[in-house]
Ligand binder design. Structure first.
Ligand SMILES: [Zn+2]
Ligand SMILES: [Zn+2]
Length: 452
């Protein structure tokens, strides 16, 4: 019996967000993702801005490498917290956009930054005797990856957040089906899979399906356009800028993360739009041909759009004649605040267009048929659904079993489960503490003496 691989999800099971997982084998300790979670519903407004993963279980032993699947905050924004606890981190490895975003975010803290290493898809990285490989997948941010860990007893694949969007014109947004299939042919002993949209039937539409509807909304707007989306959704921002160029609108980016992310995307050639000269305040206020692209699609209290709706933004005062486009949708739990924000904008006289008025938003997560396809490509011996609330995990488990995975080798678990994976199956062998640690806007735990 070869020594099994130990996998411990610390966050992201039974919840959306806070994704973090420890993989240990042959004296190597790897962490995959290190994200924050957000309060929702009744948790909002209690002083808790974010939830952090409980990294106590990591104390006392260094991490050889942190591998990041992509740059969303729920996968990498708890890195500062992890570093602050003093746990040594040998290096942080991912694809170039993720590494650049991580570097930008970590440099906002006064912390030592571990060595950052950008790799290309297909390039193998040796972490002791384990070889890690990043495989391109489609998601709602550039450079999303699945990660294969090739160990002495076999290969484990974590999908990261993904969908199987095959219609993007850019090969850098396409899933590497050939490589995933080749991994399946060679043998995958376990798959850890994104469960977010597993309860939904069919397939998630391609990002490309949002382009025409967005163009139509832009064409219909007679006055100024204020567009908000996730600032890391570079393709959506890119499409908006191209629509502005086409209709001779001048573009201004508002919001720190929007400017930062677009700058990084420009540098790495992840955005196609030509130069983006920012307009001055007077021009934006008076210019009916402007398009302002800003942060705040989730009604975050201090983001540009919320401040503008309250009349508190120095450069943006929405009102009559403006069209405000929400090229996004509220993340679960944010529906109330987002509706309130939209009502405030309407009260100021603006026209509000949302994903309910036009198909200008699609999800970045695979639905049931795509998950089935992923399982048929990888043909894993064992499946551990990750990323999602319990019903989402259970839905992925059902899909796995329906596609030939032995029910005994499918583990619907919870944070803190220590799971041993071998070429023949898996077993739950232990449980460690893995609570959600409440934190303030500074990313620091709220309570003194908190779990480190
Ligand atoms: Zn995620
Ligand atoms: Zn994501």
């Amino acid at each position: 019996m070869p020594n099994p691989i130990r996998i411990t999800p610390i966050g992201g099971l039974g919840e959306v967000g806070r994704n973090m997982m420890v993989v240990e084998h042959d004296d190597v300790r790897i962490v995959i993702d290190c994200g924050i979670g957000f309060p929702h519903g009744s948790e909002r407004g209690l002083g808790v801005e974010t939830y952090l993963p409980d990294v106590r279980a990591l104390r006392g032993r260094p991490i050889d490498a942190v591998l990041l699947t992509h740059a969303h905050d729920d996968h990498c924004a708890a890195l500062a917290h992890l570093i602050r606890t003093g746990t040594p981190v040998g290096r942080i490895v991912s694809l170039p956009f993720t590494v650049a975003m991580t570097e930008a975010k970590l440099s906002e803290h006064d912390l030592p930054i571990p060595p950052l290493e950008a790799v290309d898809p297909g390039q193998e990285v040796a972490i002791g005797p384990i070889r890690a490989e990043f495989i391109r997948v489609a998601h709602s941010i550039p450079d999303a990856a699945a990660i294969a860990l090739h160990t002495s007893i076999g290969t484990v694949v974590t999908t990261g957040d993904y969908k199987l969007d095959a219609t993007g014109q850019d090969t850098r947004r396409q899933v590497d089906r050939a490589r995933l299939t080749a991994l399946g042919d060679a043998g995958v002993i376990a798959m850890l899979g994104d469960s977010t949209n597993a309860p939904l039937p069919g397939r998630t539409p391609s990002e490309a399906t949002t382009i025409e509807p967005l163009n139509d909304v832009v064409d219909e707007a007679s006055g100024r356009i204020i567009l908000t989306s996730f600032s890391s959704q570079i393709d959506r921002v890119d499409h908006a800028i191209l629509a502005a160029d086409r209709t001779h609108r001048q573009v201004m980016l508002l919001g720190r993360s929007m400017r930062r992310n677009v700058k990084i995307a420009e540098r790495l050639k992840e955005i196609h739009s030509p130069n983006l000269p920012p307009l001055g305040k007077r021009e934006v206020e008076g210019n009916p041909k402007a398009m302002i692209i800003c942060t705040g699609s989730q009604a975050e209290e201090f983001a540009v759009l919320s401040r503008a709706a309250r009349g508190e933004h120095p450069d943006l005062n929405p009102g009559n004649g403006d069209t405000v486009i929400f090229a996004s949708r509220p993340v679960p739990g944010n529906e109330g605040p987002v509706e309130e924000l939209q009502a405030m904008l309407r009260m100021r006289g603006a026209r509000v267009v949302t994903h309910q008025d036009a198909p200008i938003h699609v999800s970045g997560h695979a639905r049931a048929d795509e998950i089935a396809e992923m399982i048929r490509m990888l043909r894993p011996t064992s499946v551990i659904p990750i990323h999602g609330e319990q019903p989402m995990l259970a839905a992925q488990a059902e899909i796995a079993i329906a596609n030939g995975v032995d029910a005994a080798n499918v583990h619907v678990g919870q944070n803190g489960d220590v799971i041993e994976v071998s070429p023949t199956g898996l077993a739950l062998v232990d449980q460690v503490d893995a609570i959600a640690v409440p934190a303030g806007s500074d990313g620091l735990p709220l309570e003194a003496g908190e779990p480190g």
